[in-house]
Design a protein around this ligand. Structure first.
Ligand SMILES: [Zn+2]
Length: 334
């Protein structure tokens, strides 16, 4: 390709031709030529459309117009612009950074968040836990929940049954059973973080015996013991929880908690833990986990019959595909 050659001593310009040769570059003038290894040539960085200079070790240099020809020559010489190299490096660095950050965030979400929730839930003062529980109940009473129509005698029997189970674990002394009806929701029960357990008439009606109901209550008591409600609420409203802790406003946690309890967003791990500890509580009180297993089965069937496609609000069926696995697990670990 054509270029303008300057000897570096005078301002005279010599028209030359440049060409790539095995050892570097060949500069050919009218009656002279020189070869220069690439290692001894300094190639200027591209600046706008200005000609680039190839400077040789002795101070002489060539001015070359930018364009396809020069690019082809530089490529043939194996030269790579530092800007390009930098850009490629920074691009790789940026991509690596993005991947790294995504991994960190994912890990934080997957492991860090539950870890934080597990440690912060016990730090919520008891008064706040009581307040949150009352507020959740107030939100759903009259809207989703109606007064129970269960005969007082049956209520007393079940209350005593749960009392016995709860008394077998000192951590569950706050356990209290509340009766409600929820025709729109169907058979269900849920635990408030302060230890109150809300049992629906529809679940009692579905059960064949008290042991089945008590199995469910033992499972709910386990949710209380391990603070699953608060932990799940913290996990699902972590940003809100951070804000709440800063400003002392726990309303964000409240909405998170209501959603967790009513839409049954417990993680599979929490359900598993509640099943296992619920079963242990039952055995400790001379009963088996079979009641819990058969209750799960009935609720699954009732749910399938009623709304095979819909997402149930029932705690028990939140992990719908896992229900069968839970039943199997409960039966296997009797
Ligand atoms: Zn549960």
């Amino acid at each position: 390709m054509e270029a303008r050659y300057f000897d570096g001593k005078t301002s005279r310009c010599h028209p030359v031709r440049l060409r790539a040769v095995p050892e570097g570059i060949e500069v050919a003038g009218i009656d002279w030529n020189r070869r220069e290894p690439l290692a001894r040539i300094r190639v200027s960085e591209p600046i706008g459309a200005a000609p680039r200079t190839l400077t040789f070790a002795d101070g002489s240099y060539c001015e070359v117009a930018q364009g396809r020809e020069l690019n082809a020559l530089l490529t043939a010489l194996g030269h790579r612009d530092r800007a390009v190299a930098r850009w490629q490096k920074s691009w790789r660095l940026a991509l690596g950074g993005v991947v790294f950050m995504a991994t960190v965030l994912l890990a934080a979400y997957r492991w860090g968040l539950p870890w934080v929730a597990e440690r912060t839930a016990p730090m919520i003062p008891p008064e706040a836990v009581t307040y949150l529980s009352q507020q959740v109940l107030k939100t759903v009473d009259g809207r989703i929940l109606e007064p129970s129509a269960l005969p007082l005698e049956r209520q007393q029997t079940l209350t005593e049954g749960m009392r016995r189970i709860a008394d077998s674990d000192p951590a569950l002394t706050n356990g209290r059973l509340l009766f409600r009806s929820a025709p729109k929701v169907g058979p269900n029960a849920f635990a408030l973080p302060d230890g109150q357990i809300v049992l629906f008439d529809e679940l009692v009606a579905l059960a064949d015996n008290d042991e089945e109901v008590l199995g469910v209550l033992a499972h709910e008591l386990a949710h209380v013991k391990f603070r699953h409600g608060l932990r799940q609420a913290i996990q699902s409203s972590v940003v809100g929880a951070v804000v709440a802790s800063y400003f002392g406003d726990i309303s964000v946690l409240l909405s998170g908690l209501t959603a967790v309890l009513l839409e049954s967003k417990y993680s599979r791990g929490f359900e598993q833990e509640a099943d296992d500890y619920g079963a242990a509580l039952m055995r400790r009180n001379g009963m088996s986990a079979d009641g819990l297993a058969s209750m799960l089965e009935k609720m699954q069937r009732a749910h399938d019959k009623e709304s095979p496609d819909s997402q149930s609000h029932a705690d028990w069926l939140s992990s719908h595909p896992e229900t069968a696995a839970r039943i199997k697990h409960l039966r296997a670990t009797r």
